[in-house]
Design a protein around this ligand. Structure first.
Ligand SMILES: [Mg+2]
Length: 274
């Protein structure tokens, strides 16, 4: 069984999303001298001990460098695979899977070029002063950073979103970041590639944003953390919940509930086949 899970706001949480740091909530990422992200100690322990029964695959929109900063996952939990760049890259034992990268390069040749998407995005807003920076990540997709979400003109954003979706690019708004990602670069295709390579039957998934939706609708059992973008879209009936299970807890407590559910499923013989 595979446990394919998003990281940020699903298993790991930034300082502003936790109320304390202590023995139960520990630092997992440090960057430029700053303590950035935290995890529950129980979640770290369970992800470490489940490896004999379950293949844990971190599945993140983070770039390779951003993923490698999470020392607790990379150096302590040491998953065999990590899906990074929103599915654009697969790391196997820390090394880029070149076959997968070639598949991705061929797929994105068929969609509208990122330079055109960037131009269209910037032209979609009368006022772009809310944008701090727009960064092309791994030559695949954009992250747009801003401070004040209220300054985004949502009508203009929704119009751009419609245009983007019609042209096979997805838009995801998460906290103070906006992502614009070609639909060919998605988390599920990368998980499916690993699943087939490793000949593993069942996939359990977890996430909290629209970019996690592909792993949630395609996995055999899926959990959505009850906070953030995807939870709101399910509540507002913008997207179909299908078989996705919403966690009872929210915030960092949702991570513990998710991992406990995975451990329970692995005890069920019909799920435990690796
Ligand atoms: Mg997330």
């Amino acid at each position: 069984m595979i446990f394919a899970s998003d990281l940020d706001r699903t298993l790991i949480y930034s300082k502003k999303l936790i109320d304390h740091v202590g023995e139960d909530i520990v630092l997992v990422e440090r960057y430029n001298g700053k303590d950035l992200s935290f995890m529950k100690r129980t979640v770290i322990d369970k992800l470490g001990t489940m490896r004999e029964k379950i293949m844990f695959i971190p599945v993140t929109t983070r770039t390779i460098d951003q993923y490698n900063r999470i020392f607790m996952i990379k150096d302590c939990i040491k998953p065999k695979y990590a899906v990074v760049s929103n599915g654009g890259n697969i790391l196997k034992n820390g090394e880029i899977d070149k076959d997968w990268r070639n598949i991705i390069e061929k797929k994105i040749e068929r969609v509208i070029h990122y330079k055109f998407v960037q131009k269209r995005f910037l032209e979609s807003f009368k006022d772009v002063s809310w944008i701090n920076k727009m960064i092309l990540r791994d030559k695949l997709f954009f992250s747009i950073h801003f401070n004040d979400r209220d300054k985004i003109n949502l009508d203009e954003l929704n119009k751009f979103k419609e245009w983007a979706e019609a042209n096979h690019w997805n838009v995801s708004l998460q906290g103070r970041k906006l992502y614009i990602v070609p639909s060919a670069v998605n988390k599920w295709d990368a998980v499916l590639y690993i699943k087939q390579k490793e000949r593993i039957d069942k996939v359990v998934s977890a996430g909290d944003s629209l970019l996690d939706y592909p792993i949630l609708i395609n996995a055999d059992y899926s959990m959505c953390a009850s906070h953030g973008e995807l939870f709101k879209m399910i509540q507002d009936k913008i997207i179909n919940k299908e078989h996705i299970v919403l966690t009872n807890s929210m915030g960092i407590d949702a991570s513990e509930e998710i991992v406990n559910n995975v451990v329970n499923l692995s005890g069920d013989s019909s799920w435990n086949n690796i």
